[in-house]
Design a protein around this ligand. Structure first.
Ligand SMILES: NC(=O)c1ccc[n+]([C@@H]2O[C@H](COP(=O)([O-])OP(=O)(O)OC[C@H]3O[C@@H](n4cnc5c(N)ncnc54)[C@H](OP(=O)(O)O)[C@@H]3O)[C@@H](O)[C@H]2O)c1
Length: 321
């Protein structure tokens, strides 16, 4: 098992490998089939990812794959193939209730307005996360969303975010979250935390791919020392991004796959990437990114494929108050 993935230093001086394995399995971009998480699809790919050399795993309370990450990494720890300090494990808490057609268990998500004591619920879920992972700490704990998808009360949303963040700050001080961050936060959500004088998140994990470029938010985060992680770096396989003619042309020029070119575009622009694949060849390919470079012209051509209106595989965070 090799491990030579470069790292980025977070604002608390901890380091994070720039490629992490996405551990959300299932279908949430529509289509004919059932929508929701399918954790049973995760066993083999996470095993293959560890064997291919991934040491950074991105899971979440609501994905139902914390147990898979914990069991597979636990077996490698038991065999002496890796040390805990070689691993970087991220999980996420506080996913709002999903729309009914997306079959995500209500036990894994929250209707924020129906939770009496947000701090107690976060603390309880975090204990359950660590139990499923079989770990005493996580390397990164993320708030999954800044609020509920159907909230009409901005005051409530802001207070709820602050209450959850305060709990995260406690975990950081206690040491069982080695770094804390957020997902799906806009500049306005981030400003709510800084205006209240709170700890600046170390990471903002957002949807980012050539058809959904968040350049202003990226610059905002960079100016504040917040590392941006690109989730759905391939748009979750939607919108035919993986057949884009311009990116394919660049792939031919550099002699790599279109997937590798997209990941390299992210890395050269300073983002951590979280690719997910169920295919052994592509799992290995998505980590094999360090023997080629894209030129400024190639990066600019990929920048230019951005459509007028971003194509998103999940909810637009700007609609979350
Ligand atoms: N914080 C959040 O709210 C949030 C939301 C969504 C996702 N995430 C995180 O981001 C991770 C990745 O996002 P995602 O799972 O939505 O999907 P993704 O990584 O953007 O795309 C996965 C799709 O790309 C294909 N693929 C993978 N590598 C490829 C390659 N080299 N060439 C061609 N096709 C390739 C896969 O097919 P094959 O399996 O056939 O290879 C699959 O269809 C998640 O697993 C999760 O950890 C976070």
């Amino acid at each position: 098992m090799t491990n030579n993935t470069p790292t980025i230093t977070l604002s608390n001086a901890n380091t994070i490998p720039v490629v992490g394995f996405g551990c959300a399995f299932g279908n949430w971009t529509g289509g004919e089939g059932m929508q929701g998480f399918l954790p049973e699809e995760a066993w083999r790919p996470i095993t293959l990812a560890l064997e291919a050399g991934y040491r950074h795993f991105d899971t979440a309370f609501c994905y139902g794959t914390e147990r898979h990450v914990g069991d597979i990494l636990g077996r490698a720890l038991a065999q002496g193939n890796v040390a805990r300090s070689d691993l970087f494990v991220t999980t996420k808490l506080a996913h709002p209730a999903a729309p009914p057609h997306v079959a995500i268990s209500h036990r894994l998500t929250w209707d924020w307005r129906k939770v009496d004591d947000l701090a107690a619920r976060v603390a309880d879920d975090f204990e359950r996360s660590k139990e499923k992972l079989g770990m005493g700490y996580v390397d990164l704990l993320l708030m999954h969303w800044p609020g509920t998808f159907a909230n009409e009360d901005p005051g409530f949303a802001k207070d709820a975010r602050l209450a959850i963040w305060e709990t995260f700050e406690r975990f950081l001080a206690r040491g069982d979250a080695r770094a804390i961050g957020v997902c799906n936060f806009t500049a306005s959500h981030l400003s709510d935390l800084s205006d209240a004088g709170r700890t600046t998140p170390m990471v903002n994990q957002i949807e980012y791919h050539p058809y959904c470029q968040e350049r202003e938010l990226m610059a905002f985060c960079r100016a504040r020392g917040i590392v941006v992680e690109a989730y759905a770096p391939f748009a979750s396989g939607a919108f035919d991004l993986l057949k884009d003619p311009v990116i394919n042309e660049v792939a031919t020029e550099v002699g790599c796959s279109i997937g590798q070119v997209i990941l390299k575009w992210h890395l050269q622009q300073g983002r951590v990437v979280l690719p997910k694949s169920g295919n052994a060849k592509r799992i290995a390919q998505n980590l094999d990114l360090f023997s080629f470079e894209l030129s400024n012209d190639q990066l600019a051509r990929i920048d230019a494929v951005q459509p007028q209106e971003a194509k998103r595989s999940t909810v637009d965070p700007a609609t979350v108050l």
